[in-house]
Structure formats: structure tokens, C-alpha cells
Design a binder for this molecule. Structure first.
Ligand code: HSE
Length: 369
């Protein structure tokens, strides 16, 4: 396998190092705008040098962002090259284009590192969905948010300092607002639901609330009630369709999710026959993520393509109801007061997220009953 590698940052450099130790795998060209010199690959500054190289059969993208990643992915697939990426924003945003295009061109598209960093989550979903119906997926999918919430909860660290540390450890996106506003988790749960359920979610129907507004007083409120806050995703098959959403969730201190430390992720599916299966590991960082990219390369060499067939378009309904912790302006029915915040009577996920759209400064967190 001859590989053209796009990007030589946190993940790209890791892919280069790990690929060098594999059999039958050679990174021959690396697209990098900075001046680098490599012992056994040619650094290039123009993507065309990779695209037009007939020896390169597989392109790995580890640049992140949507542009020019999108243009590069389409061009590479159209040129008949396999494509492996860790870029969840790319595959989620252009799902409707890239998945059918890879199928049409008869080339392999994989992105296991896009969800869960080093966890073989999408590749396990690919296996699990063959033998059973999957009814639910979700969990903790963002290492940066988990790192921040964990440091605020266990060490009383301030939000800003915890975010800075997560950035310096290479966990955060180039624009960390993507992490803390829940967009990264949103990309990941949409991709997971598409694979698990064999659907193509209407992204706009999936609401998202992040952790950006959380304060020390919220964390103290949660601790006083034996609860821990985690940024969680959920995608559930219901009697009428699908509920899919991303929001801070308050989980009891004894729950497995409450104990997830640092940059780790804990992602779960509920299968009709297997029931609960949870996957735990480093959700961000150079070597875990690069390891999963290399796993994909091995799978591509073995003939594996995308994880599930391209499925029909589906709108998330979000009729599930739960009580919410709200700090900031809640004017609906209230069950309790926790300091400056309230706990609402149960409301639907759809209603709460619609309310929050009009109150963007409010901090909300669902209560797991
Ligand atoms: N910024 C992401 C995270 C990187 O913190 O989880 C891994 O997808």
C-alpha cells in the first residue's frame, strides 16, 4: 500500500511514525505547508503531486477542517484512491456526497479515528449491526470536554485553565469552540447513528448544547446532589422514529460515565441481542488517534470499505422527556430550586432545545432519572 498523507500535525505525524513500523505500508508523500525533511517520504506543498501520482493508491487526511479537506476528498475518491481520515467534521458534513461517491467509484472510505480517538467504535458498530438491530448509541465522545469537566469536578480547577491544558495536550480542535459548544460531539453522534441505524440523519434536526457556560457554582450544585456533569450524546430508536441530541447530562456519582477521567471517552450501544456494550479509551491525542488511522489502513488493505450502506434520510424527533437543570431565565414549570438555578418539571428534549435557542446564555443539563 502506497500512501499520500495530508497534514503533518498532531495526528499526521503520529500516522507517519506508526505506519513506518507496519509491513506492506509506505507513506511516500506528505503534504505539509511547512518545510520538513523526512527520511523516507517526499514532502510536497501541492496536493496535485499526490492526486496525480499513480503509485499512490490510498490517501490519508489528518488536516481537519472542511476546506480544502472536502475538495481533496472528492478529488481523491474520483481519482479512484482509497480515503482514510480522522476528520469527523468532513465525513459528517459531506456524508451524503462522500459515502455514495466511494461506493460508486468502488474505493474504500474509512474514518474510525473520527469517533472515539483510539477506540475501535465505528469498526465495532460495523460488526455488531450485521447480527442484530442496534437500538441506541451514545455517550462521552469528546476528550476535551471530559478533560475540562473532570478537572473542574475533581480538582476544582477553573474552566479557562482546564481548557488551556486540554489545548496544550493536543486534545482540542483548532477552534476549541467546536469542542465546548458540542459541535464535535454532534458530528460524532450523527456519524455513529448513521452507521448504527443505516440512515442518513438530517443534521439540522439534531439539537446541540455544549458546556461553554458552565461555572464553578454549577459543579458545586451537582456535587451537593451526588451528581456529575458530562457532555453526552444520545441516539435512540423509538416507536415513532429516532431521538438524537447532544447536551450536558447529570449522572449519579456511582455511574460508569461519572468515573471517566481526563481525555477518555466512554461510548455505548444497546443491541437487541447483545444488550449494553461499552467502549472505553483515549478519545483524543496523537498516538491513540493515529493508531486507529493505521488500523483503518490495514482494514482497507483487507478490502473493507465504509461501515454501513448509505441509508434513507431521517429527521430526529426528540420527543423524549426529562427534567433539566437550568441556570438562566427558565420561565416554565419548575420542580426545585438549586441555588440560582432550577430543576424543571420533565419537558421534551425538542422543547428544551427550542427554548435554549432563544436563551443562548442559559446553561442546561439533562437529569438522568
Ligand atoms: N477535539 C477532539 C476531542 C479530538 O477532544 O475529543 C478527538 O476527536
Amino acid at each position: 500500500m502506497k500512501i499520500g498523507l495530508l497534514g503533518f500535525g498532531v495526528v499526521g505525524r503520529g500516522v507517519y511514525e506508526i505506519a513506518a513500523s507496519q509491513k506492506n505500508m509506505q507513506v511516500t508523500k506528505v503534504l505539509c505547508l511547512e518545510n520538513i525533511s523526512l527520511p523516507d517520504a517526499e514532502p510536497v506543498k501541492d496536493f496535485a503531486e499526490i492526486l496525480n501520482d499513480p503509485e499512490i493508491d490510498t490517501v490519508v487526511e489528518a488536516m481537519g477542517g472542511l476546506h480544502p479537506s472536502h475538495e481533496f476528498a472528492v478529488a481523491a475518491l474520483k481519482a479512484g484512491k482509497n480515503y482514510v481520515t480522522s476528520n469527523k467534521a468532513l465525513v459528517c458534513t459531506y456524508y451524503e456526497e462522500l459515502v455514495p461517491l466511494a461506493e460508486e467509484m468502488g474505493v474504500k472510505l474509512r474514518c474510525t479515528a473520527a469517533v472515539g480517538g483510539g477506540i475501535g467504535w465505528l469498526s465495532e458498530l460495523e460488526r455488531s449491526r450485521r447480527a442484530q438491530t442496534i437500538n441506541q448509541v451514545g455517550g462521552i465522545m469528546n476528550g476535551t470536554c471530559n478533560y475540562i469537566l473532570d478537572h473542574m469536578t475533581r480538582f476544582g480547577m477553573g474552566y479557562d485553565q482546564a481548557l488551556k491544558q486540554a489545548q496544550s495536550l493536543g486534545y482540542a480542535e483548532a477552534n476549541p469552540a467546536t469542542d465546548v459548544e458540542g459541535i464535535d460531539t454532534w458530528h460524532k453522534v450523527i456519524l455513529s447513528a448513521n452507521v448504527a441505524f443505516g440512515i442518513t440523519l438530517d443534521k439540522e434536526s439534531v439539537p446541540v448544547a455544549g458546556i461553554a457556560g458552565i461555572q464553578a457554582q454549577d459543579v458545586a450544585n451537582f456535587a451537593a446532589h451526588g451528581l456529575v456533569c458530562k457532555l453526552m450524546s444520545a441516539a435512540k430508536r423509538t416507536e415513532t422514529g429516532f431521538d438524537v441530541y447532544v447536551q450536558p447530562q447529570l449522572v449519579p456519582q456511582g455511574d460508569p460515565e461519572a468515573a471517566v477521567p481526563l481525555n477518555y471517552n466512554l461510548i455505548t450501544f444497546l443491541g437487541q441481542t447483545s444488550d449494553r456494550m461499552s467502549f472505553y479509551g483515549q478519545g483524543a491525542g496523537r498516538y491513540p488517534t493515529a493508531y486507529n488511522v493505521v488500523e483503518d489502513l490495514i482494514d482497507v488493505a483487507a478490502g473493507k470499505g465504509f461501515y454501513a450502506p448509505y441509508g434513507p434520510k431521517v429527521t430526529a424527533l426528540n420527543s423524549e422527556t426529562m427534567a433539566y437543570y437550568v441556570r438562566g431565565g427558565w420561565d416554565g414549570e419548575t420542580r426545585e430550586h438549586w441555588g440560582d438555578a432550577v430543576v424543571t418539571m420533565p419537558v421534551s428534549v425538542a422543547r428544551m432545545h427550542a427554548w435554549r435557542k432563544d436563551h443562548p446564555d442559559a446553561f442546561i443539563a439533562g437529569l438522568s432519572e
